[in-house]
Ligand binder design. Structure first.
Ligand code: 1HE
Length: 267
């Protein structure tokens, strides 16, 4: 792994810490004493990080200090909010999580301990989720008398279906990492403590892809998947042509034909 340098130190709140290793940035939630509960400062810090991401970064790993990913919305900030403030607060989360999901580079999250409420919503805005055994997934909004507000009702049903999400919210059901992996919530399942290394390995592979392909996967794929098939096929054809016309694609295809590139089984 290339040497690691702290980045964006001047613009991040105390609850976030970022470093860069080669083409990969590692952003850590760093509020373990509050189980990485997401207060406004942290949410706005996430936005500042993704807005200021150096051009040299081609993939991001979202990890955490301590034993947990995140206990969700900081409940101590919620009790003071009016109804109108609640709407704008939720829309602020939407804006920031959209910046992650539809940002410039793919994001790999490392899930351990509590992946709860808004923490689960944050994980759903990332592109690849690596779950450590021991992670647990819950939506305690029903028990708290509130509702998801960070885009969970859009992103979670796409991953696990409305019925599983409804069950989690209505009954307080907690899923372990094995179940989350089995239902497609996490794409990878690793041993406790191995999540960061796995995420860095994946991010390194992602960073080595052609940027146009990563762009297409983040921006075109989800839109095509949800489009009417007639529009979807056309969007796919256009995206395919844009990607294959790039110099990068031509170089990579030539490298394979000249036996200079790895085979599929060697990635
Ligand atoms: C918090 C929060 C929080 C912990 N907001 N302070 N989320 C929840 O309903 C989850 C609430 N948290 C818990 O159920 C537990 O904290 C955990 C199961 C996640 C972890 O338990 P544990 O035993 O490791 O920690 P703890 O002793 O409960 O908490 C340690 C400290 O973190 C403690 O503060 P302290 O000052 O007493 O030490 C807790 O109060 C604090 N803490 N979680 C504020 N969430 C956009 S809408 C999204 C809606 C939601 O996210 S709803 C889900 C909210």
């Amino acid at each position: 792994m290339p040497p690691t340098e702290p980045i964006l130190t001047g613009i991040l709140p105390a609850s976030l810490r970022a470093e860069q290793s080669g083409a990969v940035a590692i952003l850590r939630l760093d509020r373990p004493e509050k189980r990485n509960a997401l207060n406004d400062e942290t949410i706005l810090g996430l936005e500042a990080f993704f807005a200021a991401l150096p051009d040299s970064v081609k993939a991001v790993v979202l990890a955490t200090d301590g034993d947990n990913f995140s206990a969700g919305l900081d409940l101590s900030e919620l009790s003071e909010r009016s109804t109108v403030e609640g709407v704008t607060h939720s829309m602020m989360w939407h804006r920031v999580f959209e910046r992650i999901e539809f940002g410039r580079v793919p994001v790999v999250s490392v899930l351990k301990g509590a992946v709860v409420g808004g923490g689960l919503e944050l994980a759903c805005a990332t592109h690849i989720r690596v779950a450590e055994r021991g992670a647990y997934f819950a939506l305690p909004e029903g028990q708290r008398g509130i509702f998801v507000g960070g885009g969970g009702s859009i992103r979670l049903p796409r991953l696990i279906g409305v019925s599983r999400m409804a069950d989690m919210m209505l009954t307080g059901r907690v899923h372990d990492a094995e179940a989350a992996y089995a239902m497609g919530l996490a794409q990878y399942l690793v041993e406790p403590g191995d999540g960061l290394a796995k995420a860095l390995d994946l991010a390194g592979k992602i960073a080595a892809n052609a940027p146009i392909t990563n762009f297409a996967v983040i921006h075109a794929l989800p839109r095509i998947a949800e489009a009417d098939p007639r529009q979807g096929f056309m969007m796919e054809a256009l995206m395919a042509a844009v990607a294959q016309g790039s110099d990068d694609a031509k170089d990579r295809l030539r490298a394979f034909l000249e036996k200079r590139a790895k085979k599929v089984t060697e990635f």
